[in-house]
Design a protein around this ligand. Structure first.
Ligand code: NAP
Length: 483
């Protein structure tokens, strides 16, 4: 009998899982989505300039090669359009239950009891398998700066853009200088009377060689045999062969630094501004920004880079030790609660074990996918599967393949869970690989917990991750009975 599968989240991960089930002829699944549309991060992040710094042809499913991409680097509306296209083409849209939030999942009597809340109230349904596909960057983080609630103007987070608030002629403060800020600052600066950008830590920035794919290029991708595949493969290998070694402190680390410093020199003529923008930690420790319009925006007469630490938010603006910057709008580009995996959901495994209790010192999972004591529970884009150098869609496809390989096993044996020995071996491998990566090199980032443990990133090459997830799952798992 086909397993009943609950998929939680309808972003890149959840849709991929649903499509693979459909392709395998398994129709006994439901996709729960708390928002009013599919798309995950690409539904939430609609700020001006939102886009992806991984090329379109790689930031897409390997099985759905889209030939209509209009740019080398896709912008948010096009990616969201691609996800809608996939949901329709593979017939999974009818299975998505929008505005239905999963609050709780409890393993009892050999099955998962999933409690949702929606306009119709709370409801509990039973499934054999649960696939968590909620992502790592789905809950915006407002900074812990005092006075936020006292501000009398309009304020919002970058991932909750207020499109009703016209920024033309406004005095705007943007707090944060990560990838989101780098994309939105140039667009906001075109409209605002003045933009104050509050930087706590500078980031390394390298150019984004964007280009438009005109009708001829699009026709070529469509009709020249093998072109799309070869182009995708080339982008993948380039990222893997040049960027990964930089993050592993290998041969290209110096090259990455030089590339970023040259980009800074080329784009920022003012030496004072350049000094403020030069990081004092190795490139890659925090996510490298890939962008060619951020630096030029900082040289505009209506943009000021403020590096004095923020003391507080006041009713009229942002106060630092050097004075108060009066603004009528504050944009918090301050990132996400990235290390709090699966919160605020309550997940209770075998013998009443709480997943969050197990993870109190930081989340971890075998292959980033499964946890001992939590039978038939799988994660997509779980702990230690984020990348700083390549497409996360590649990782998601590896995870979905692994889960698909587990399904016949649990179909035969009843609920399965990862063996504690497999988990321990995985942890040792991860720790050994992590110790050579640049993320530990004395910087603060969303990749790690407050006490410095890297819970978000995968420390190996993605080729290795593909090999590990493609192995037959049986030796690492064991049947658990009804539990
Ligand atoms: P982020 O990288 O976590 O950046 C948050 C920014 O807010 C940092 O500059 C941080 O400063 C600052 N900040 C946080 N709390 C602060 C405080 N109390 N006072 C002052 N500054 C504060 O978040 P993000 O820019 O939203 O990006 C998150 C991730 O999303 C990216 O790394 C990337 O993986 C993904 N993303 C990708 C793309 C893409 O093109 N593919 C685009 C956007 C986002 P510190 O650095 O000092 O902590």
């Amino acid at each position: 009998m086909a397993p009943r599968v609950a998929i939680i989240g309808a972003g890149f991960g959840g849709l991929c899982m649903a499509i693979r089930l459909e392709k395998a002829g398994i129709r006994t699944y439901s996709v729960f989505e708390k928002a009013d549309d599919l798309g995950g991060t690409w539904r939430d992040n609609t700020y001006p300039g939102a886009g992806c710094d991984i090329p379109s042809h790689l930031y897409s499913y390997s099985f759905e090669k889209y030939t209509s991409w209009t740019r080398r680097y896709p912008e948010q509306p096009e990616i969201l359009g691609y996800l809608h296209h996939c949901a329709d083409k593979y017939g999974v849209r009818r299975k998505i239950r929008l505005r239905t939030e999963v609050r709780r999942a409890v393993f009892e009597g050999g099955a998962w009891h999933v409690t949702t809340s929606s306009a119709d109230g709370a409801r509990t349904e039973t499934f054999d398998v649960v696939v968590m596909a909620v992502g790592q960057l789905n809950r915006p983080r407002l900074p812990d700066i005092s006075g936020i609630e006292d501000f009398e103007g309009v304020s919002f987070h970058s991932a909750r853009w207020n499109h009703d608030h016209d920024l033309t002629g406004r005095r705007v403060a943007v707090i944060g200088t990560g990838s989101s800020a780098a994309q939105l600052v140039p667009r906001v600066a075109e409209r605002a009377a003045h933009l104050y950008l509050f930087q706590r830590t500078p980031n390394w920035v390298i150019p984004k060689p964007d280009a438009v794919f005109g009708p001829v290029a699009r026709l070529a991708f469509r009709f020249v045999p093998g072109l799309q595949r070869a182009y995708r493969e080339w982008i993948y290998r380039y990222a893997e062969g040049t960027l990964y070694p930089a993050l592993a402190r290998g041969w290209s680390e110096g090259l990455l630094r030089q590339r970023a410093l040259r980009h800074l020199r080329d784009q920022v003529p003012d030496p004072g501004l350049r000094a403020k923008l030069t990081p004092d930690y190795p490139p890659g420790c925090k996510r490298v920004i890939i962008d060619s319009s951020f630096y030029p925006a900082l040289s505009r007469p209506n943009v000021s880079l403020v590096t004095d630490p923020i003391a507080r938010i006041t009713p009229k603006g942002v106060e630092t030790g050097a004075g108060t910057y009066e603004v009528d709008t504050i944009v918090y580009a301050t990132g996400f609660k990235s290390t709090e995996f699966l919160t605020p959901m309550e997940v209770i495994g075998r013998e009443g074990r709480s997943l969050h209790e197990r993870w109190k010192d930081g989340a971890e999972a075998y292959l980033g996918i499964s946890v001992p004591g939590f039978p038939n529970l799988f994660m997509l884009y779980g702990p230690n599967t984020n990348l700083g150098h390549n497409s996360i869609v590649f990782m998601i496809e590896c995870q979905v393949a692994h889960i698909m390989a587990c399904l016949p096993y649990l179909g035969r044996s009843g609920p399965i869970e990862v063996r504690p020995e497999a988990m321990a071996a995985w942890r040792r491998q991860l720790d050994a690989a992590m110790s050579r990566m640049v993320w530990g090199a004395g910087c603060r980032s969303w990749y790690k917990t407050a006490d410095g443990r890297v819970t978000n990133n995968w420390p190996g090459p993605t080729t290795l991750y593909r090999r590990l997830t493609a192995r037959p799952p049986e030796p690492a798992y064991q049947p658990v009975g009804a539990g």
